[in-house]
Design a protein around this ligand. Structure first.
Ligand SMILES: Cc1ncc(C[n+]2csc(CCOP(=O)(O)OP(=O)(O)O)c2C)c(N)n1
Length: 204
């Protein structure tokens, strides 16, 4: 990745950004048919508030499933761009997914990690990233070579553009502040699943 080659960015020098602002930037760039899988809680809430689309799936209840669900969608529909939005706590709970994604190499898959160094929605307990765990280093070690920290909003935009137009898999990590999600999703799993299946054309 060009930007990270010229200017090494890590969690220590990346700007602290805002999840809703970044989510809006991402949504503005999405190809119309791109699928987006929001993780439990705040990533979902900000995705919901950034614009409801039938191609969005909002995971409820279980941590760590945005990336594996996105992987499944990416493999099932290789012509479609697929993005997972996940919190750091949730990704830490499901690190094995990174190795599976590296192994299967779906070209159409992008993971975006919103790292606030906390399990924010359950009270702000610190995650391992608060004391030095670097999720981009882990992702690269797992084999996802195109993994990078966004230094700032401009770099987030550049990385998202690359990820949505060039072969993946990609992982983009962003340090974010402790602002809560900006809304709440519908909480009916049947409705969410039904709408998503229609959005992906798998149900008429
Ligand atoms: C398997 C599992 N363990 C614990 C919980 C309780 N829980 C729900 S959300 C959450 C924190 C999520 O943290 P993170 O993914 O970092 O997102 P943030 O809240 O910081 O936006 C926890 C511990 C859960 N829902 N599922």
């Amino acid at each position: 990745m060009q930007a990270s080659e010229t200017k090494p960015i890590g969690p220590g020098n990346a700007q602290v950004m805002n999840r809703f602002e970044l989510t809006k930037r991402l949504v503005a760039k999405l190809p119309e048919d791109a699928a987006v899988i929001g993780g439990i809680g705040n990533t979902n809430f900000d995705l919901w508030m950034a614009g409801r689309r039938p191609q969005n799936f909002y995971m409820l209840g279980s941590m760590g499933l945005a990336c594996p669900i996105a992987l499944g969608v990416a493999l099932a529909q290789p012509q479609r761009r697929v993005v997972a939005l996940e919190g750091d706590g949730s990704l830490l709970m499901q690190l094995g997914t990174l190795a599976t994604i590296a192994m299967l190499k779906p070209k159409n898959l992008t993971l975006i990690v919103m790292d606030n160094a906390a399990y924010q929605i359950t009270g702000g307990q610190p995650t391992a990233t608060a004391v030095g765990t670097d999720l981009v280093t882990i992702a690269r070690g797992a084999g996802i070579a195109q993994s990078a920290w966004a230094a700032d909003e401009e770099m987030f935009d550049e990385l998202a553009t690359q990820a949505l137009t060039k072969d993946g898999p990609w992982l983009i990590a962003a340090r974010i502040d402790d602002k809560p999600g900006t809304g709440t999703t519908d909480r009916d799993p049947v409705v969410i699943t039904d709408r998503f299946m229609r959005g992906l054309g798998t149900k008429k």
